[in-house]
Design a protein around this ligand. Sequence first.
Ligand code: CAA
Length: 445
Amino acid sequence: MTAVGIDAMEIWTGKLKLDLAETFAPAQGDDPGKYTKGLGLHASSFPDVYEDIVTMAANAAHRLMERKGLVPDDVGRIDVATESSFDNSKPVSTYVAGCLEQVYDGDFHHANKGERKFACISGTQSLDDAYNWIRAGRNRGRSAIVIATDTALYARDDPGEATQGAGAVAMLVSEDPDLVELSAEQGFGSADETDFLKPNQQFPSVDGKRSVNVYLARMREALDDFASVAGDIHPDDYPLIPFHTPFPGMVRKAAALGYRHIIRGTDVEDAVAAEIGHQPMREDFETDDAFRDAIREYTDSLTETERYKDWYADTIDPTLEISREVGNWYTGSVHIARAAGLKHARENGRDLEGKQLLVASYGSGAQAEVHAETVVPGWEEEIAQLNIDEQNRERYDLSFEEYEQIHDVHNHDMEADVEEFTAPESEFVFDGWGRMGERKYRYVE
Ligand code: CAA
């Protein structure tokens, strides 16, 4: 069977930067350690005045098409995943296609376009859709462009404000991929939850503390479900485990849970059950206080072992390197975690060819999905093309007052009259509103 997976990817960050330790913490009267150590974040990316989810998506897709030498006829599908959409009818992918058609000969008239919604997990769901479309033989030799794009902004003074971010990830899904081969093995944990919502509003309503617990609960279910398909798995089987990363501190918790949970069948639960004198049924785990507390104690001591620390340093920490500098990108976040892990591996001469990654996605509302994917020949050349470090270095460093202004602009404040902080070059920009309230875009040479 022909391999199907991610052939190439491009990342586009918002062009402004808010430094959390230098700029945000002093203005909030907080100790910078809360952000840099507690949440694990150094900075957030923000879009400039002329940037939004469409420009970031189109710019990432344009780089992808240029680099891979593609023309519109090579693309049979454009799927955009976002939780920052501005229209309940017209999908962002049509705007993206419209942008790209300004700079390519040809058009996307015969491509299937859509927009996916399930909070942050919809980027991974769109990858699934593209994979299924090719596997079903409906692609006529063409590839899919999957884009995850978001402006992850919170209301001022919301606890989530420190985790903001903005950017897009464009992925080319094809037969015979050059980066990773996707597999049919998946596990899900899904339940009707009210932890993070955007009921027709720009900024989310979040129960932050609860959202952390919901993430962990659904992830545990997804791991169980994955193990029921993939069989006997062990944390050491995977050189990298990219998690959805709203902030690295969340992944610290998820990794501890995942580690314990994956090896549970072999020793942890039996050991803990023997210690407390009984083995509860799985459905009673949450309500059995003695068992739950004993497991927590075991986990806490486990994460203090050298073995765990080495595993975390090799398998998890590298996946957080981009996220630390850009914040939460919602739908794109797990995909920049994969990119960061592969980039770190290439830069450090790790041979990953033929190895499996365990990718753990999550979306509030809530659903977690875990799947394995295989690193394929060509991955080093592909990942070497990313220029995210350069983009991050070139971002304009906002003062707190400038941050307040740009936050208003992206609250869709039509009255906000703020000068752009950077000059656009070789990119798509927002160009005002049309007569039906649609957005206009143009390419700046
Ligand atoms: N030095 C070092 N560490 C410090 C510190 C200091 N000076 N001050 C605080 N800390 C630590 C705290 O101990 C805490 O660590 P632990 O969680 O390991 O105990 C960490 O820094 C954060 O501190 P608080 O818990 O006090 O932070 P908070 O309550 O103000 O905000 C939050 C945390 C509620 C998660 C908030 O960031 C939030 O609402 N975020 C948005 C929601 C979110 O991202 N949820 C994640 C799961 S949902 C999801 O993943 C979907 C999505 O993308 C949104």
